[in-house]
Ligand binder design. Structure first.
Ligand code: OAD
Length: 249
């Protein structure tokens, strides 16, 4: 893949960089994406598994599905795409990562400046008290799991029909509203409000780069669309950034 000098110039370490990721970044770790031919939403009905109504009607079924996904993720490792993004956090003093993924792989790769805007599937929330705890049992000991107070625990993720966490959203708007460079990786860019972040960044005057294995609805908006696998394109991009700015900030 050809990466132009102009593109690498946009990645000066003095820039405020935001990376926005979706399921595609974890695809090469063996974690299924949601849309596309092999996507989860081809095989499962979202309304039966990822809505508050689904959980009210059949918490066991919902938890069996999440338990299955936790099993896949527990076996998975961060891939070179995750690692490249973790290294970027070290290179750019002003760096932020917003991910729609609930798999926790970015943290495992080493990112710490991160908002998991759709939650995290290793966290469980009491439906009565709202308390959140971590739980790494695979498989879960009880399905559905319950809180000490007797109420059900649910995955601490955002379901369809639910609002995003207010603080996470406000912080995301903040960093998007101030960034110089937005790198969008492996998202179909159709789920709101995250799908509108690239347009917000563009309006603010940021340079937009997309990495995806195929064109998406934002491809016509971005300044550079890099078609390829995140696990290959991101390490190549990082290599050139390091070469261009070695020893300089
Ligand atoms: P999608 O499954 O909608 O999109 C995955 C994107 O990744 C597609 O555009 C693929 O072309 C791309 N892709 C796949 N493999 C790739 C690879 N190896 N390298 C680069 N790109 C690759 O996933 P999201 O956009 O993350 O929401 O979906 C957004 C939200 O919809 C999810 O967070 C989830 C889902 O329903 C909730 O659960 C609330």
């Amino acid at each position: 893949m050809e990466l132009s000098d102009n593109l690498i110039r946009e990645f000066r370490p003095s820039k405020k960089v935001v990376v926005l990721t979706g399921a595609g970044i974890s695809a090469e770790s063996g974690i299924p994406t949601f849309r596309g031919e092999d996507g989860l939403w081809k095989r499962y009905r979202v309304e039966e598994l990822a809505t508050p109504y689904a959980f009210q009607t059949n918490p066991k079924l919902v938890w069996e599905w999440y338990d299955w996904r936790r099993g896949i993720i527990a076996e998975a490792e961060p891939n070179p795409g995750h690692t490249a993004i973790a290294e970027m956090e070290q290179i750019f003093p002003d760096f932020f990562l917003i991910t729609q993924n609930v798999d926790g792989l970015h943290r495992r790769a080493g990112n710490s400046e991160i908002i998991e805007i759709h939650g995290n599937l290793w966290q469980l929330r009491c439906v009565k008290e709202g308390t959140v705890r971590e739980n790494y049992h695979v498989p879960l000991l009880d399905i559905p799991p319950t809180c000490e107070c007797g109420a059900l625990l649910r995955p601490h993720v955002v379901w369809f029909g639910e609002s995003l966490d207010k603080e996470d959203l406000a912080r995301s708007y903040n960093v998007i509203g101030e960034c110089d460079l937005l790198l969008v990786v492996g998202t179909s860019a159709v789920v709101q409000p995250v799908a509108s972040f690239p347009l917000m960044a563009k309006r603010r005057g940021a340079f937009l780069v997309e990495v995806n294995k195929e064109p998406t609805p934002i491809s016509s908006l971005v300044d550079e669309s890099l078609i390829g696998k995140a696990g290959e394109v991101l390490p190549a991009l990082l290599g050139l950034i390091k070469e261009a700015y070695r020893g300089r900030q």
